[in-house]
Design a binder for this molecule. Structure first.
Ligand code: CP
Length: 354
């Protein structure tokens, strides 16, 4: 353990509310590390920027205007875990705003392979870029990165967490809630809705971040449906209890609760986190999949979501059902991520005033 490890261990002992101040600058969101950082005002602001970006980008003149907004900034995508959507949507989001991007997608091509510490590698990345977007298998790596740059260097560039181990994926939650708000636009928005989350809730970082984000909405109910070994962990459950968000647990079969949900959020089994190869395959997940025969139990105005990638949790025959929202959800990621970057760089007024 070096001195930075010791200091970071001390930092981690702070209450969450106090730790989060480290990720702000001048009272504004600076790093995007965990969903608990977001309040309703920030969320609504990001969605307003998102809607403006989409609208302005419809025209060539509008696209060129937006490409001028951050054309003097560079972003680095440090993605050492596999990703299609998060990587490509962030890369595209940067380009929408005119940012130049560089990337490392495999530690074997970084000098970490020559024995450089992660902290030194991170400081090196920050020397060449104005924003680091990262996905890492380490649960605390994004948090440590932001803490290190903000407290121990004179080049604190923002860090955006694109997925930290099995812990959190806050920008996925931002795009998920954007999709839900749009889907329920004619039904009063997300407030008052019942969200059913299904699959590997124990190790699924998307459902964890989405659950944390629910503190910002009124009269939400959550149903957690999973086989017993993949139940939602205690930390998220206690958080929901603290914020008085009712949740119900279903461990027998998805079909038992389908009719109760306004939104059905399916996820895959996260077997990359198995301790021994094949652990997950010993769990019977067959009753936690959505099949065409189940669709008669799904409410007429419900939405079906999935962060993707999917395996067989949602039968492809359901893709053409008007309630299937997952392909739109995926595309919403690019726009909400562009809006988040504009918000972090505090250039969103230019977009809103266009
Ligand atoms: N939803 C999501 O994080 O997808 P990728 O793993 O493809 O980035």
């Amino acid at each position: 353990m070096n001195i930075l490890d010791e200091r970071f261990a001390e930092f981690q002992k702070l209450p969450t509310e106090e730790k989060l101040k480290c990720f702000e600058k001048n009272g504004r969101l600076f790093d995007m590390i965990i969903s608990q950082q977001l309040n309703r005002k920030i969320i609504d602001n990001i969605y307003e920027i998102t809607n403006h970006l989409r609208h302005i980008s419809d025209s060539k003149a509008g696209s060129l205007f937006i490409q001028n907004i951050l054309c003097h900034k560079r972003a680095m995508l440090y993605f050492t875990q596999p990703s299609s959507r998060t990587f490509l949507s962030f890369d595209s989001a940067c380009h929408i705003l005119g940012m130049k991007t560089s990337e490392i997608r495999d530690v074997s091509v970084s000098s970490e392979v020559k024995g450089e510490s992660y902290d030194d590698s991170l400081r090196t990345f920050s020397s060449y870029t104005d924003l680091i977007i990262m996905r890492h298998k380490g649960q605390d790596t994004a948090e440590r990165s932001a803490w290190l740059l903000n407290t121990h260097t004179n080049r604190p560039v923002p860090i955006i967490n694109g997925g930290s181990g099995s812990d959190q994926h806050p920008t996925q939650a931002i795009l998920d809630v954007y999709t839900l708000q749009r889907s329920f636009a004619n039904q009063g928005g997300l407030d008052g809705k019942t969200i059913l989350m299904c699959g590997d809730l124990k190790r699924g970082r998307t459902v964890r971040s989405l659950s944390y984000l629910m503190k910002n909405f009124e009269d939400i109910e959550i149903i957690f449906a999973s086989p017993k070994p993949f139940q939602m962990k205690e930390d998220v459950r206690s958080f929901l209890e603290r914020y008085k968000i009712p949740y119900h647990v279903e461990t027998e079969a998805l079909e038992n609760v389908l009719s109760k949900a306004d939104a059905i959020y399916m996820t895959r089994i996260q077997d990359e986190h198995d301790i021994s190869a094949g652990d997950s395959s010993r769990v019977d997940t067959s009753r936690f999949k959505l099949r065409p025969s189940d669709m008669s139990k799904v409410r007429a105005n419900a939405v079906i979501m999935h962060p993707f990638p999917r395996r067989d949790e949602i039968d492809v025959a359901i893709d053409s059902d008007p309630r299937a929202m997952y392909w739109r959800q995926e595309r919403n990621g690019m726009w909400t991520r562009a809006a988040l970057i504009a918000y972090i760089f505090n250039v969103h007024e230019e977009i809103l005033n266009y």
